[in-house]
Structures are given as C-alpha cells and as structure tokens.
Design a protein around this ligand. Structure first.
Ligand code: SAT
Ligand code: MN
Length: 580
C-alpha cells in the first residue's frame, strides 16, 4: 500500500494541533534530550548512576498499568472478518470516533514523529512503521524497542510503504481510551493510554495485530513467540519458536541459563516476544525478531531466576511502575533481596508492607536487546534463523502435562488452537482464570481466528519439512498446590528432549493427546524432585481431559463455518479416544 508520509503527518498536525512537531532521527543526542525533558517535568526519575547508569524510573498513571483488551478493536469492513476473538466496529465509525478524540488533543504539546523499522535493518522481512505520539516516554521507549529514525526513512524511501500509528495520551481517562486497528488500510489509532502494548504501537498493534493480517495476505506468519537457539555439546545450534501468553515467562525462557551447561547445552536469545516467520526458498520456516528491545515483566526476575535479564537491564534501561529503594535502585517482589527500609512503592509513597505489592505486578523493564549477554550472533541476521520446533505453552495448574509432541502438523495446529491459559496481570481483568488462548494470540490476532487456524493448516502444506510441534506446561501443581516441576533453568531438560525428538531420538508413549516422553527419556541427573513428581508432571490425565475437550469444543463452536473441518475432526477423534 503506497502511502505518502508527509501528507499523513500534515493531516495529523491539522487534527491534533500540536504546539510543535519533532521528527525523530533516532540519535543518541535525541534520546538524551527526551530524557532531559522528562527529568525536568518529573515523568522520569534518574536511578543510581553508579549501579544503574543511564537508567530511569517512570510511574504511569495508576489507572493505566496494563493493556486494556476490552477497549481494543479490530475494524474490518465485514464484522465476521474480525471474528468472535475481537471487539469490532466499522472502519468508518472507528475513524469518526477517533477523529473526535484526537481533535486538538495535542494542543500545547510536542508531536513526535517516529519513523521506525520492525525487523533487522536490510532484511527483506522488515517493515516500516511511523508512530506519531505526544508522549516523550513513548518516543524514548520506541528508541529502545525498535530501530528509529534515519534508517527507517531510508527504507521508506525504497518501499514507499509504512504502517501509520497515531497515538495521544489525551487526558489518560479510561472513559476516553480506545485502541483501534484498521487492518484493511493497515493503520492504528490509539488514544488515552501511555502504557506498553497500548502505546508502543510497533509492538502488539503493528507487529502482531496488523502484521498477522498482512502476513495472511502475503504468505507469512506474525506470532506471539520468543525465538531461541539451543546449542548442543557439538556446538550445533537448533532454533525454536515458543508461544506463551503475556507474563508467562517468555523472557525467562528466552534468556535461560541452562542447568545442563556443563554437559554442553546452552541457550542463545534471538527474541523474547514476537516472531515473524517466513518460508525460505528451500521450503524451511525462518524467523526474525521484529523488535530491538525487551519489555519484560519485572516481578519475579532475580539473579536467581534470570541473571541474564538482570545484566541486560543494568544500564540504558527504563523501568516502569517498579518500587524504588532509598539508594535509587529498582526493586520488586521476587527481586531476591529483602525490601529495604524506606522503600517507595510504585506510586512513589513509602511502602507500608501491608500486603499490597511494592511494585505493580505488571511493572516492566525496557532494555536494548543488544545488551543481553547471551544474544545470538544471528539475532539481526537479515535472513533470520531456521526454525526446527514450534512450542506452545501456558500456565495451567492441572490437566496439561509437562510436554506433549503433536502427531503431525495438523495435530500441532490443534494443540496450539486449543490451548487454554490462566490469565495474568499483563491485561486488566481477573488473574488466574482459565480462558482459551489459541497460539497465545487471542488478544493479538488481527482477524477471525477461524481463518487464522485454516491459514496455519495451509502453512504446513507449503513447508517442505514443517517444524515439529510441541505443547509445554511448566506450571502443573500437585494436590497441595505446589509446582511439580522446578521450571526456569531446569526447563532446558524439556528442551533437550524436544531437541532429541527433532533428531528422531528420545523415547515416547503414544496417548490420545499426543506423544509424551517416557520418564527415563528426560535427563533428571542432579535434579532433586519429590517422589513421583516426574511421573505426575508427565502424566496423561484422562478425566481432566474429558472436561478440557468439552471446553475446547465449546470454544471452537463460536467460529461456526469459519472453523476448519480438520479441527472439528481433531476434537471428534480425541473425544472418541477419551471415552475408550
Ligand atoms: O503491554 S504489552 O502488551 O506490551 C506486554 C504484554 O502484554 O505482553
Ligand atoms: Mn507479549
């Protein structure tokens, strides 16, 4: 879609009436200027320059701390094309609404025009976006999360294409907050929120919702997946793409310190949140990470659980809604040190230790990916990395085993499409309730998920050697509510089994839900597990699955004729086998 940047900016200026327009060039000087302005107006606080050089704390509006799915819309001409998985309004109604909200919304403020690239510079898979925003915090965050400025204008000059995203904080009132996507014209409008996926429009809005729609028309996939390389003792690296819902440990997995390091198994990070997957000339799936930074969940991250993330964030990072120690260092629940006296909570008030967390449960760090000590040599490879396994995972306290291999691609699509997940603090609403979250894309698929499932099935036919597909669950609990599996660095043992399977090794038992590892095929040397914990975490739970499959069937039902027959067939097969 050819689009003229200058005329779009002119239209936005006329609509939002900013006092000043500032074109971002992506330079270090510009970043410093943005920071200087925010230190002056108090929207950033400088952290301890000795321990956290060039790091800052931002406190968002307390009513604006997570993505708001109920206020997020996908606006296609036909309602059915958005599907039951999206809120919908017509593109005309959406534009009318947004224009009313944006009219004069930037009066007295600076409008930042931020050209950016999603994907490595020079990659045939990379795409240009331009975000217009009146939030310097968003502008500075885009510097970290994407490739901003001149490089993007250069690509635009060649492509003549960009995805426009217009963003304004407005008065940050939840009553006047709306995030709309027009996938058919590939544009984004976001009003009234300064937070994460609502406001950094390159991330969920472009790289997932708009990109998934574009991908379906252009023959590729935009997925909510981390990308990691697993090095074996011979030095060979096998790449995997792993989908998990928000705040379920993708960053921890992508940066895992392997507990089998001494045996020569090692992890390399390519990306922690989003993968753009394409089929190369040899019919293999290849992945690029469209982002340039990490927007990771802070609570629970420590030198114990994720030392790599701790090192990644110790310089040039922006922290949002974390607690602040008297020595001006960030702190959060699960930081690994006791809360110091005089700790300020995420509102900036002295923390009372009255049961309320000091850091917001969805508090975040924003850090450049290049600072990650285990960033892959290939993370900016224009051709991406070849993917040998796709893994779907989510939090489930029961029913779902530690790891399941799909019988084949179609069954793999079923494993992804039927995935249920316990909700997290990454979106507003209840936490810990199971909802279906196909491919971890429920909040991010920019079109009807019935069509999305069909498209996934069709990808399998176009791949010469489709990646093997797996479902994992690190979060299964015992009868006392205790995790059966230690997780974190020990998850390498599961990845190692997946690697064995990719190489046609590793023992399995065939069950109605897929291929499960035999207990002796998981390397547990040096791991102290409670008696039976391994059997229990690997077990196929026939009774639990009878309930599960009913829930899956009910969920699929809403896609009616858009649901591919292959998936109804998978449900039927499973039901039959469960009743045997
Ligand atoms: O706020 S974000 O959408 O960027 C984070 C997440 O939900 O994964
Ligand atoms: Mn995410």
């Amino acid at each position: 879609m050819t689009r003229d940047l200058q005329s779009w900016v002119k239209e936005c200026v006329e609509l939002a009436q900013p006092e000043k327009v500032s074109w971002c060039d992506g330079s270090a000087t510009e970043y410093k200027e943005l920071v200087r302005g925010m230190l002056k107006d108090g929207s950033l606080i400088e952290l301890n320059p000795a321990t956290y050089p060039n790091c800052f704390l931002h406190r968002s509006n307390p009513n604006d701390v997570a993505r708001t799915e109920q206020l997020t819309f996908v606006c296609t001409t036909n309602k059915d094309d958005a599907g039951p998985n999206n809120n919908w309004m017509s593109p005309d109604a959406a534009k009318q609404k947004m224009k009313l909200l944006f009219r004069g919304s930037m009066r007295g403020r600076t409008m930042y025009v931020i050209p950016y690239i999603m994907g490595p510079v020079g990659s045939p898979y990379s795409k240009v976006g331009v975000e217009i925003t009146d939030s310097p915090y968003v502008a500075a965050s885009m510097h970290i999360m994407t490739r901003v400025g001149t490089v993007a204008l250069d690509q635009y000059t060649r492509d003549r294409e960009f995805v426009p995203g217009l963003h304004s904080l407005g008065d940050c009132s939840p009553d006047r907050r709306l995030i709309v996507h027009l996938p058919e014209e590939r544009s984004i409008w976001s009003f009234g929120s300064g937070y994460g996926g609502n406001a950094l429009l390159g991330k969920k809005c472009f790289a997932l919702r708009i990109a998934s729609f574009m991908a379906r028309h252009e023959g590729w996939l935009a997925e909510h997946m981390l990308i990691m390389g697993l090095e074996d003792p011979s030095g060979e690296v096998t790449y995997m793409a792993v989908a998990f819902p928000s705040a379920s440990g993708k960053t921890n997995l992508a940066m895992m310190v392997s507990s089998l390091g001494e045996k020569g198994y090692k992890v390399w990070t390519v990306g922690d949140d989003i993968a753009w997957l394409s089929i190369d000339s040899e019919g293999r799936l290849r992945a690029i990470n469209p982002e340039a930074g990490f927007f990771g969940v802070a609570p629970g991250t420590s030198h114990e659980t994720n030392p790599i993330a701790m090192h990644t964030m110790e310089k040039n990072s922006i922290f949002t809604n974390v607690a602040l120690t008297p020595s001006k260092e960030p702190w959060w629940e699960g930081f690994g040190t006791p809360p110091p006296a005089g700790l300020l909570d995420w509102h900036g008030k002295t923390w009372m230790n009255d049961g309320k967390p000091a850091a917001h449960p969805n508090s975040r760090f924003t850090s450049p990916a290049r600072q990650c000590p285990i960033i892959s040599r290939h993370w900016e490879d224009p051709q991406g990395v070849p993917i040998s396994a796709i893994v779907f995972g989510s939090r489930r306290s029961d029913t779902i085993p530690l790891v399941t291999q799909a019988f084949n691609w179609e069954h793999g699509v079923f494993l992804g499409a039927s995935m249920g997940a316990e909700t997290t603090a990454a979106a507003t609403g209840a936490v810990g309730v199971v909802r279906r979250d196909p491919m971890a894309m429920r909040p991010f698929c920019g079109y009807n998920m019935g069509d999305y499932f069909s498209y996934w099935l069709s990808m399998g036919k176009r791949l010469k050697k489709p990646p093997l597909v797996f479902r994992v669950n690190w979060f299964r609990k015992d009868g006392n509510g205790k995790f059966l599996w230690p997780g974190y660095g020990e998850n390498i043992r599961v990845l190692r089994w997946i690697l064995d399977r990719v190489r046609d090794k590793g023992k399995v038992v065939r069950t109605p839900i897929g291929l499960l590892p035999t207990p002796d095929s998981i390397d547990t040397a040096g791991l102290s597990l409670k008696p039976n914990a391994l059997q229990d975490v690997l077990a196929f739970d026939r009774i639990g699955w009878k309930k599960e499959v009913d829930d899956i069937e009910g969920f699929f039902h809403q896609f009616s004729e858009r649901l591919p027959v292959e998936l109804s067939q998978e449900v039927l097969n499973l039901k039959n086998q469960l009743s045997d």
